[in-house]
Write a protein that binds this ligand. Structure first.
Ligand code: FAD
Length: 317
């Protein structure tokens, strides 16, 4: 069985959830072989084994942290040349997509982005035009390079040996053009990261003010969810831009997306419509967001949300 190369996304030694999702997807099509860049492969071995990694190609040189994405693309190209994988999977994150695009340019292979699922023989389900159209696509030239959206695939454990194979790789000068000069650790709340959360609660203009976003936070906290916002909210300065969901914000695909006081403009939908279950609270029954809703409440959010929080609190404990 051919290998499927997977570029691991990780924060230090911690394997990001999307890597487990890629492993789960890869197992259907071949032997998952993780490409690990920088130090930490040893510490991550257990987590990668839990999700079925057959091998870990560990390239622990400092270049992968010191320079922006080019060394990773170069390494992937080299490993692909050596091992002739059936496909290369990257996370559909800003970094993963850029590495995938660079690899496609280097190899001349086809690249699919915004993939949210797979059919037989590496046919990919792909979201296009800001979510307006879903298509089934297949790479016809070379080895498929596929960028899979975080949260699109449910990670399923399946034990694998995760044998570490150290890789010594000399990064070229050409790949060292853009150096990382400083890293600033973003202040994090206790809430899950927006693009990785399995539940997201987002507030829209209907919330009425920045102070009222506390209501959205309260609902999010009762569900262990991340907080998101529409652009109307972030543009008004009611919530920081990094929490904007949509075409010009973050793309989320959680198990549950709760849209509160959001009308459902196409640009907002582009960032959330692949969520597995969508719940809506809106006082206007004609709001377009109801077209997407699995469960909708027509009502005033200032009445509905506190009741929801109360009900959740009762059930939780
Ligand atoms: C190029 C471009 C890119 C864009 N990118 C994005 C993007 O990334 N993300 C994004 O979100 N938008 C984006 N937009 C903006 C988008 O077009 C909409 O303007 C925006 O999504 C509207 O936000 P909203 O739904 O919060 O506000 P509105 O459209 O004003 O909707 C507010 C909703 O709240 C409801 N409401 C009001 N009061 C209550 C209440 N008390 N209880 C319950 N419901 C209530 C109303 O019925 C209404 O449906 C973009 C626009 C452009 C042109």
């Amino acid at each position: 069985m051919a290998e499927i190369l997977i570029l691991a996304e990780h924060a230090g030694e911690t394997v990001k959830k999307v890597t487990c999702e890629l492993l789960t997807a890869a197992r259907r099509f071949g032997e998952p072989a993780v490409v690990w860049t920088g130090p930490g492969a040893q510490a991550a071995q257990g987590s990668l084994a839990e999700f079925g990694a057959e091998k870990i190609y560990a390239a622990d040189g400092p270049e992968f942290d010191d320079y922006v994405v080019a060394p990773k693309a170069e390494l992937l190209a080299e490993l692909a040349k050596q091992h002739s994988p059936a496909a290369v999977l990257v996370a559909g994150t800003a970094e993963g997509r850029e590495v995938g695009a660079r690899l496609a340019v280097k190899t001349g292979w086809g690249l699919l982005t915004d993939v949210i699922g797979f059919g037989d023989e590496l046919t990919a389900e792909q979201v296009n035009f800001g979510g307006a159209i879903n298509v089934r696509s297949r790479v016809r030239s070379g080895t498929p390079i596929i960028a899979v959206r975080p949260n699109a695939i449910t990670p399923e454990a399946a034990a694998g040996p995760a044998v570490i194979e150290p890789v010594s790789f000399a990064v070229s000068d050409a790949a060292k053009q853009a150096r990382v000069v400083e890293r600033v650790v973003q202040e994090r709340s206790a809430r899950p990261e927006l693009t990785e959360a399995s539940i997201v609660v987002s507030g829209g203009r209907g919330v009425g003010s920045g102070e009222n976003m506390a209501l959205i936070e309260k609902l999010a906290d009762s569900l262990g969810a991340a907080v998101g916002a529409s652009r109307a909210v972030t543009d008004a300065g009611w919530y920081p831009h990094q929490f904007q969901v949509g075409q010009t914000g973050k793309t989320v695909s959680p198990q549950l997306y709760v849209a509160v006081g959001i009308s459902g403009a196409i640009q907002h939908r582009a960032g959330m419509q692949t969520s597995k279950t969508i719940m809506v609270v809106n006082k206007d029954r004609e709001a377009p967001i109801f077209e997407l809703a699995d469960f909708g409440v027509v009502g005033d959010l200032f009445k509905v949300v506190p009741q929801l929080v109360e009900e959740i609190a009762k059930r939780v404990g």
